[in-house]
Design a protein around this ligand. Structure first.
Ligand SMILES: *[C@@H]1O[C@H](CO)[C@@H](O)[C@H](O)[C@H]1NC(C)=O
Ligand SMILES: *[C@@H]1O[C@H](CO)[C@@H](O)[C@H](O)[C@H]1NC(C)=O
Ligand SMILES: *[C@@H]1O[C@H](CO)[C@@H](O)[C@H](O)[C@H]1NC(C)=O
Ligand SMILES: *[C@@H]1O[C@H](CO)[C@@H](O)[C@H](O)[C@H]1NC(C)=O
Ligand SMILES: *[C@@H]1O[C@H](CO)[C@@H](O)[C@H](O)[C@H]1NC(C)=O
Length: 341
């Protein structure tokens, strides 16, 4: 009885186990299938990764190859050019130098790292303030037109320098030789200057004053007559008063070959204000000067045929220097100034 029950139980157990085994077996099969699938995918992925690594290496190889080619053909900067001149030509300025990226054929382009332009500040020398400075810096400079930078205002102007007369270094403030420039001008024009320093001109009272204010200055007048004979006269301690009258001051007697026995300049012009066209004397003797009584030296008067007399002011209206040729109008006139420190 017990035995039978056991058999039945066993049979049931066996059936049950078999069923469970079937289930397990089918589950195991699924697991294996999934694993195989994963393995397949993994292999596939590995393959792809390897392929990518291969390609990457290929690219690196190409880059290396290119780089070595570039280095081989020496794409590089040329040498720097020489520095350009310091601009402006004196004082603080700027200068530059240049280079180019050299790409030898057959290559048509390449890149150099850096800037092809290099700029820096430069200081050549102190700017000359007048012809005296220029002459001191270089005794060999010829007479001619130069740039100077006025010492107080730092205004740059063109001046004509006489580098030979009386040991040179003279800043010319007036020059006439053919009458091509009209000197019958108003005070404004006499203040700021007119004409061209390379031909006939009046430098301008404001500039003349500033140049003379730099130091103890001598004024020199050079005149020549129709026949070509010439003379000069100099006065020390030349300076001008403030604008707008620019009163003349000279500190001593004239010396030179032009005479001036009656001391016209010291007695009639020293202490006088500058007047010009539009004033009584300016109109009467047709010019601009430190007139008093409208006489006598009148180097800015009318330019007429040398040796003849002007029709203005009973003859005083010409370009005259009385102690040299009285009222006979002159051929050339040059007025210049120079410091003597
Ligand atoms: C695994 O890949 C092999 C051949 O590449 C294929 O025969 C097999 O059926 C794949 N197995 C699965 C589960 O995708
Ligand atoms: C190159 O130099 C010039 C002049 O010095 C400057 O103006 C410019 O900005 C610089 N360029 C670069 C890319 O540095
Ligand atoms: C004077 O300076 C100007 C520019 O300011 C320049 O063009 C000229 O060449 C200079 N002249 C002389 C004689 O140096
Ligand atoms: C200016 O210089 C002259 C010499 O050229 C001299 O006789 C005079 O005393 C000086 N004047 C002054 C104020 O220094
Ligand atoms: C010019 O005038 C001033 C005063 O205005 C005087 O001191 C000076 O001595 C005068 N010059 C001459 C050369 O007479």
């Amino acid at each position: 009885m017990v035995r039978l029950r056991l058999v039945v139980l066993l049979a049931m157990l066996t059936t049950c186990l078999a069923d469970r085994l079937d289930v397990l077996e089918s589950q195991m099969k699924n697991v294996y299938a999934a694993r195989a699938h994963v393995q397949n995918e993994t292999i596939e992925l590995e393959r792809k990764v390897e392929e990518l690594i291969g390609r990457a290496n290929e690219v690196v190889g190409i880059i290396d190859e290119q780089r070595s080619t570039i280095e081989d053909v020496h794409i590089s900067w040329s040498d720097w050019s020489a520095w350009s001149d310091c601009s402006p030509s004196c004082g603080k300025g700027k200068r530059s130098r240049y280079r180019s990226c050299d790409v030898p054929p057959p290559f048509t382009d390449g890149v150099c790292i850096g800037n092809d332009t290099d700029t820096e500040e430069c200081v050549i020398q102190e700017c000359p303030v007048d012809c005296y400075d220029l002459h001191k810096q270089n005794q060999g400079l010829p007479s001619g037109v130069y740039n100077v930078s006025l010492w107080r205002s730092h205004v740059g102007i063109r001046v004509f320098c006489d580098m030979t007369t009386a040991s040179g270094g003279w800043t010319v403030i007036q020059h006439r030789y053919d009458g091509s420039v009209d000197f019958y001008r108003n005070l404004y024009e006499y203040t700021h200057g007119f004409g061209d320093v390379s031909t006939e001109f009046w430098l301008g009272l404001s500039y003349i004053k500033e140049i003379a204010d730099k130091g103890n200055t001598t004024i020199r007048m050079e005149v020549s007559a129709a026949d070509g004979s010439s003379a000069y006269e100099e006065w020390p301690e030349f300076r001008l008063g403030v604008a707008p009258t620019y009163t003349l001051h000279v500190g001593g007697r004239g010396t030179g070959t032009a005479g001036d026995l009656r001391r016209y300049f010291e007695r009639y012009n020293n202490g006088s204000d500058f007047t010009a066209k539009g004033s009584f004397c300016g109109d009467k003797v047709h010019g601009g000067w430190w007139y008093r009584g409208c006489t006598y030296i009148n180097l800015n008067g009318e330019y007429v045929t040398p040796g003849t007399r002007s029709g203005y002011g009973s003859g005083w209206g010409g370009m005259v220097y009385p102690s040299f040729r009285y009222k006979s109008s002159l051929k050339t006139s040059t007025i210049m100034i120079k410091r003597n420190d």
